[in-house]
Design a binder for this molecule. Structure first.
Ligand SMILES: Cc1cc2nc3c(=O)[nH]c(=O)nc-3n(C[C@H](O)[C@H](O)[C@H](O)COP(=O)(O)OP(=O)(O)OC[C@H]3O[C@@H](n4cnc5c(N)ncnc54)[C@H](O)[C@@H]3O)c2cc1C
Length: 398
């Protein structure tokens, strides 16, 4: 059986990010196998993230914005982001860039196959971890990094944990006349009807006449396809006054938003990464920056301690904040808009970003939490604690 130092089961954002960080970070001499069932030759998603530092994937950043728009129902704000900026990386650029760098190395092997089983090795590493594919191949490794995740197979114990979905559909459109502000991404346009779910429009302008316009919801139930499209049409015509445009590209997605823990350790020799390893922020759906930060930490830990399991986890209170927001949005979706308006209007952007990046101090967190309506968050705190301890039975839905 062929043996590798590392097997990356899943070669999407997390798998390729980790492999690339390994090569760039001093582990380029190790034998690596990257298995994915997909060829990764489609631009299947676009990642955006705010960041205040250089990163390894800066050469493929397709677009940077130094301002963002936030539209509440009554007021609009155009915020300068410095020292942060909002960056965009296209999936296809990321897959090509990492693959081109990795495929050149003799010790890196790519395999297109469906992984059917991942088995643990022993703590001392004598017994190796194993990965089997559906077509009967079997490999062993010192460490397996597992990012296999199929959204439709994912389930949550909803008696104990909240489970919303961030679901969206968007069009890249081209207009005849200039309408977009190319220097500012719109993170939230909350001027649209909420109709019992937290909904917003998200805009990534590429020029004055071209932009991604995405209709996004945080809710339990998905919409019929036509409703997303109607939502975009209504917004373009009603809010932006655009009636003539060409649709250049379409994208859609579903990102799980849950406070159910995702175990990072799946055995002595198997580490979960990416969505499977809990790198999606439960209350926002952002994962790309967090996944890359995790890759850096895994490489540092392997080099310093010989194990990928680093202990650099954010303080536990951040999980409680996530659970509380999910609880409020689950029980009172109508309050989502007011909460986000207060978060953006009553906090410096830096404090908000540090909070969402789970890097703010306790004092900063307290300041931020004091700007949102207290009552729903206090009852959310009790509900979260109750559910996690006793399950959902007996908890009031209000
Ligand atoms: C459309 C979309 C847009 C997003 N936009 C953003 C954004 O703007 N910013 C942000 O921070 N986050 C965003 N996210 C969330 C998150 O960053 C992405 O989902 C990210 O791709 C997660 O990385 P991952 O490696 O965990 O999963 P993936 O990138 O999905 O990789 C998992 C890989 O596993 C493979 N696989 C699955 N099962 C098997 C199997 N049995 N055998 C072999 N291979 C298998 C899949 O083919 C896939 O390549 C977005 C998500 C989506 C869906």
């Amino acid at each position: 059986m062929e043996h590798f130092d590392f097997i990356l089961a899943g070669g999407g954002a997390a798998g390729l990010s980790l492999a690339y960080h390994m090569v760039q970070g001093g582990l380029g001499d190790r034998r690596m196998l990257i298995i994915d069932l997909d060829t990764k030759t489609r631009n299947d998603r676009t990642w955006c993230f705010w960041i205040d530092r250089p990163m390894l994937f800066d050469p493929i950043v397709a677009r940077r914005w130094d301002h963002i728009w936030f539209h509440g129902p009554d007021r609009s704000h155009r915020f300068a982001m410095a020292p942060f900026e909002y960056r965009m990386i296209r999936g296809i650029d990321f897959y090509e860039y990492t693959r081109n760098a990795l495929v050149r190395l003799e010790n890196v092997t790519f395999l297109q196959a469906r992984v059917s089983a991942v088995e643990d090795g022993s703590a001392d590493g004598v017994e190796k971890a194993r990965v089997r594919t559906e077509d009967g191949q079997e490999f062993s490794a010192d460490w397996v990094f597992n990012s296999l995740f199929v959204p439709r197979d994912f389930t949550v114990d909803q008696s104990r944990y909240y489970f919303l979905k961030q679901h969206f559909a968007g069009w890249v459109i081209k207009t005849k006349t200039p309408v977009f502000d190319p220097d500012a991404a719109t993170l939230f346009d909350l001027r649209i009807p909420q109709d019992g779910a937290f909904r917003f429009m998200y805009l990534l302008p590429i020029s004055e006449t071209e932009s991604l316009v995405e209709y996004t919801l945080f809710s339990e139930r998905l919409l019929p396809q036509e409703e997303y499209q109607q939502g975009i049409r209504d917004y373009l015509e009603g809010e932006l006054g655009i009636s003539e445009y060409e649709i250049l590209e379409e994208e859609s997605g579903i990102i799980p938003m849950t406070d159910q823990p995702f175990p990072v350790r799946e055995g002595h020799r198997i580490m979960n990464i990416g969505t499977r390893g809990g790198r999606v922020k439960a209350s926002t759906g952002f994962a790309f920056f967090r996944t890359n930060r995790d890759s850096e930490r895994i490489v540092a830990s392997l080099l310093q301690k010989g194990t990928p399991f680093h202990d650099q986890r954010p303080p536990r209170r951040y999980r409680t904040f996530d659970s509380m927001l999910l609880s409020v949005l689950h029980h009172h979706p109508d309050q989502g808009r007011d909460i986000f308006v207060k978060l953006f209007e009553r906090n410096p952007l830096m404090r908000l970003f540090r909070f969402l990046d789970e890097e703010g101090s306790l004092a900063e967190n307290v300041k931020l939490m004091s700007t949102v309506p207290w009552a729903p968050f206090i009852s959310a705190w009790f509900r979260v604690k109750w559910r996690q301890r006793f399950g959902g039975a007996g908890v009031s839905g209000n």
